[in-house]
Design a binder for this molecule. Structure first.
Ligand code: F6P
Length: 337
């Protein structure tokens, strides 16, 4: 489609929602509009293309949403879209709508769907440019140092855990808090450091219960602490089972809190609103400037456009530096034991 001006683009949100998605949608619509490009909101992720569930969006459609959690376009995971037949139905909708490009806001699965439909469009003699905007509270997308929603989710978890600490301190108890992160412990690691956890369990590190929990509680107790905060990423184990084992091995009777989906809601933080706005803007410019399949990534604080296929091969390095700092701050050495 060299030279052909883009006239209309779609925007969708897919996968687990994240605070800041609305800010990204707003920036996409406003940037497109300011460049004379029409915008179509596709509802419920990729399935919205299969079911023709869409809404025409203009600059005023996205007023007053920058500060709202969730996504005005809804989100869903679509099994039908994983099949070629489902994607052909989706392409028919793209043809009917006259879409030249799609901005897909979500995680790795969202981007794999974007690449698949763009490739299928080429097979069908169509041109459909796609660009991904990383958004998941897990911050576990390999090509980007940051994903929309992570900062807000951390602040939500920290606010909840600070409240828990008050009552644990009063009753001299142990709190075992499960945070989100099905496959990655970035949220747990970051929150663990920020709340001064006694111990943190993450899926990236095999758990040695005595070393990682019992010994840390013992050392904290010897140092005079009388309440203990244990943070567990859901991918590292069940907070209930971990609490039971703490009870068996230390005699302490912990209280369990699973923060769950509260971490996915709430007004996006300043960082998420600003990052999402810049990413949404950059995504539209990527389409307008002719990129076929890109992902707008954060690298060392700057936005870069990465070729989608290459970006999806990238794995995120374990944050060893943060982990070592956490270890240093949780391994109390106050006394010779
Ligand atoms: O978006 C990521 C995530 O929040 C994970 O941390 C969590 O395990 C998962 O989504 C929950 O998925 P669902 O909302 O489908 O239960």
């Amino acid at each position: 489609m060299e030279g052909k001006k883009m006239k209309r683009i779609g925007v969708l949100t897919s996968g687990g929602d994240a605070p800041g998605m609305n800010a990204a949608v707003r920036a996409v619509v406003r940037t497109a509009s300011n460049n004379g490009v029409k915008c179509v909101g596709i509802r419920r992720g990729w399935s919205g293309l299969i079911t023709s569930d869409f809404v025409l969006l203009d600059s005023s459609s996205v007023s007053h949403i920058i500060n709202k959690g969730g996504t005005m376009l809804y989100t869903a995971r679509s099994l039908e879209f994983m099949e070629e037949e489902g994607r052909n139905k989706a392409l028919n909708t793209c043809k009917l709508l006259g879409l030249d490009g799609i901005v897909a806001i979500g995680g790795d699965g969202t981007f794999r769907g974007a690449l698949a439909i763009s490739r299928q469009a080429e097979k069908n003699g169509m041109r459909l440019r796609v660009v991904g905007v990383p958004a998941t509270i897990d911050n576990d997308i390999g090509c980007s140092h940051y994903t929309i929603g992570f900062d807000t989710a951390c602040n939500t978890a920290i606010e909840c855990i600070d409240k828990l600490r008050d009552t644990m301190q009063s009753h001299e108890r142990c709190s075992v808090v499960e945070v989100m992160g099905r496959h990655a412990g970035y949220l747990a690691l970051y929150v663990g450091i920020a709340i001064g956890a006694t111990a943190v369990l993450i899926p990236e590190r095999e758990v040695d219960f005595d070393r990682d929990i019992v010994e840390k509680i013992r050392r904290a107790r010897l140092a005079g602490t009388t309440h203990y905060m244990v943070v567990v990423a859901e991918g590292a184990g069940s907070a209930i089972e971990i609490a039971d084992r703490i009870h068996q091995e230390t005699g302490i009777d912990p209280r369990v809190t699973v923060l769950g989906h509260i971490q996915r809601g709430g007004a996006p933080s300043a960082r998420d609103r600003e990052t999402a706005s810049r990413m949404g803007y950059e995504a539209v410019m990527s389409l307008l400037e002719g990129d076929e399949h890109s992902i707008i990534s954060v690298q060392n604080g700057c936005l870069v456009r990465m070729e989608m296929e290459e970006a999806l091969q990238m794995k995120k390095n374990f944050q060893m530096e943060r982990y070592l700092i956490l270890e240093a701050l949780t391994n109390r050495q106050d006394h010779d034991y």
